[in-house]
Ligand binder design. Sequence first.
Ligand code: SAM
Length: 201
Amino acid sequence: MKILTTILEHSSVYRLWQSPFAAAKFAPVVTENDLATVRRVLDVGCGPGTNAGHFVHAEYLGVDWNPRYVEAARKRHSGTFTVADVTRYHVEASDRFDFILVNSLLHHLDDESTGRLLKHLSQLLADDGHVHILELVRPTKGIIAARLAGWDRGSFARSLEHWQSLLESTFDPVLIQPYSVGVYGIALWNMVYFKGSRPRQ
Ligand SMILES: C[S@@+](CC[C@H](N)C(=O)[O-])C[C@H]1O[C@@H](n2cnc3c(N)ncnc32)[C@H](O)[C@@H]1O
């Protein structure tokens, strides 16, 4: 598993591995939102800029701690990309975002780090903005889905109920949509799309 992790940390290998699935993972965001109206995007754990192409019309900031991914993202996309550990990185609260994307990051973080990060993100959300979280749901059955969840290198794939309670402890839910990503009708990843707004005080 360590060798696989090292290989996947190269941006070209990661993109090759993810490219057939990136659009399917992001599909509920496209279906449920009018991305043309988005003004300011924060992409937390942006990888090699996997989703940056959807936001060429907007002001976009991507943050990832892998310098190889960030370098690759800068070559391919026009936004701003920063190398940082998102659990420590602090964006000025005056720079609020109407679209905060967290795609397949939180299963790399334990509950405590996730809780802290979500709290910080809630302070960065514009009043009319939303957080969009796409996450891996821990497979309860299916050998393929269980293997692939492991290959994605995160140690914290959670059950749907666990995601729901973790995310709703910081954001008011607007939408919680379980879905799966796969080929020929075989589910490779069980996912959940959570769209949330700033909690009402
Ligand atoms: C499964 S990838 C998802 C990348 C991208 N969001 C996508 O949809 O393809 C998880 C990403 O989170 C990044 N990551 C994990 N922990 C991080 C941390 N503490 N700070 C910043 N980035 C982190 C990894 O480098 C990787 O790019």
